[in-house]
Design a protein around this ligand. Structure first.
Ligand code: FAD
Length: 391
């Protein structure tokens, strides 16, 4: 039996699908959000909650992020949910003289691109973060950066969508996207029956390629695994988000300017430190292409802890209380896909946000809703089109 109740079906109840459901519902569009497991059970609950512009490539990447940061600040006002949002800025730690020039260049390019950046050196470094290892030489700060609880953001968006009429279908797996005789989208087949709609948005994170192939579409997203350690409540070793500058190298590739053991590079390990509103802190990060396995690897976790100690020696006696791993939806050029699919009228893809999906969720939701209701988009979308990978 075919259920026909929605104008738009959104596949995937992670942060991206939830943001799309939210912005479409705000426009008065009837949305059905379909999620295979529970809401937010994918990568959006196995990550950090940083809303960062500091680690984006200067240019389109940082501009789209700034837009999303602004949207998020507005969005929070309309959510009836505490998402533990704190805008304290963030810093990149410059480890040694070897890294200094490349960090200064990065700072200059970001500042020129309009980001609220500062370069701290000498005493300023330890006035800002007194417990950092004494041999680090600088900090690059971005004042607009923030953090939040990603699961609370997903629940907040879903509840707000529900209250404006969206239908939420957890524990319902989409098995296939359906097309009519002329090739346009006409709905989806699920484990609870067929559902019809003229427009379908594919926001299934790392599982997007598998669903896209059901209508013959290739989407170049791969799972890039990352681990997190959660430390017990303690006096905070840092007051805000701190990452080593070398994180940029593990994210974008290249090892120039970072002197670490080969194994650290092999697992893409770079120190990422995030205090939470509850007094715990999260330690990352790793980056690996190892398929869809989400189990934690103890060896990788121990290397991450070792790297964190290099920057914060005083955390040695603080206990780790749990760990988890998630799959970042990686694209080859590090930008997400937020696009209609030209070969399948009515189909849209919103996925591939790699390590930035929490921060980019507001702009992604807004852009897809603008495309669907036919409004001018808040920012140019050419760099986000699916067809860019054909070239
Ligand atoms: C260790 C780590 C740290 C990170 N830190 C940050 C950070 O600090 N800041 C940031 O911005 N980003 C961060 N990220 C990235 C961020 O978590 C992701 O980009 C984001 O969660 C992706 O959201 P999504 O909605 O696309 O995917 P998901 O959250 O995975 O949602 C997709 C959903 O689709 C569902 N689904 C799949 N197939 C089907 C189907 N057939 N039918 C129905 N439903 C289906 C899945 O169950 C899933 O719930 C981090 C990621 C990791 C792994």
């Amino acid at each position: 039996m075919m259920t026909s109740a929605a104008d738009v079906i959104v596949i995937g109840g992670g942060v991206i699908g939830s943001a799309i459901a939210y912005y479409l519902s705000q426009e008065g569009v009837k949305v059905s959000l379909i999620e295979r497991g529970d809401i937010g059970s994918g990568t959006s609950s196995a990550c950090d909650g940083n809303i960062l512009a500091i680690d984006k490539v200067p240019g389109y990447d940082s501009q789209v992020t700034l837009k999303s940061q602004k949207l998020l600040a507005e969005l929070i006002e309309s959510l009836d949910y505490d998402i533990e949002y704190a805008q304290r800025g963030s810093v990149l730690v410059v480890e040694d003289e070897n890294q200094e020039q490349v960090a200064r260049d990065w700072f200059a390019r970001q500042k020129e691109a309009g980001l609220p950046m500062r370069y701290l050196e000498g005493r300023e470094v330890f006035e800002d973060e007194p417990l950092l290892a004494r041999d680090v030489v600088g900090l690059v700060e971005c004042a607009s950066d923030a953090s939040l609880n990603p699961m609370a953001l997903v629940y907040g968006l879903v509840e707000a969508s529900r209250s404006t009429g969206a239908m939420i279908h957890p524990f319902t797996e989409v098995t296939r996207i359906l097309r009519d005789p002329v090739g346009s989208v006409c709905g989806v087949e699920t484990t609870r029956g067929m559902m019809s709609a003229d427009q379908v948005v594919l926001a299934a994170g790392v599982y997007t390629p598998a669903l896209a192939t059901t209508v013959g579409v290739a989407v170049p997203i791969r799972p890039r695994k990352g681990h997190i350690l959660v430390a017990e409540r303690s006096g905070r070793p840092a007051r805000r988000k701190v990452q080593e500058f070398g994180y940029l190298l593990t994210k974008f590739g290249g090892t120039e300017g970072r002197r670490v053991e080969a194994e650290m590079d092999q697992y893409g390990i770079a120190m990422v430190f995030e205090p939470t509103e509850h007094g715990n802190f999260l330690i990352g990060s790793s980056r690996e292409f190892v398929g869809f396995d989400r189990r934690s690897n103890h060896h990788v976790l121990s290397l991450m802890a070792k790297r964190a100690l290099r920057f914060f020696p005083t955390i040695r006696d603080i206990h780790v209380i749990r760990s988890y791993a998630g799959l970042r939806p990686y694209t080859p050029d590090h930008l997400p896909i937020v696009s209609l699919v030209p070969t399948v009228p009515g189909l849209y893809v919103a996925a591939g946000h790699e390590g930035d999906g929490i921060g980019l969720a507001p702009i992604t939701g807004k852009l897809i809703s603008e495309m669907i209701v036919g409004k001018p988009t808040s920012i140019a979308t050419e760099p986000l089109q699916l067809e860019r990978f054909d070239k």
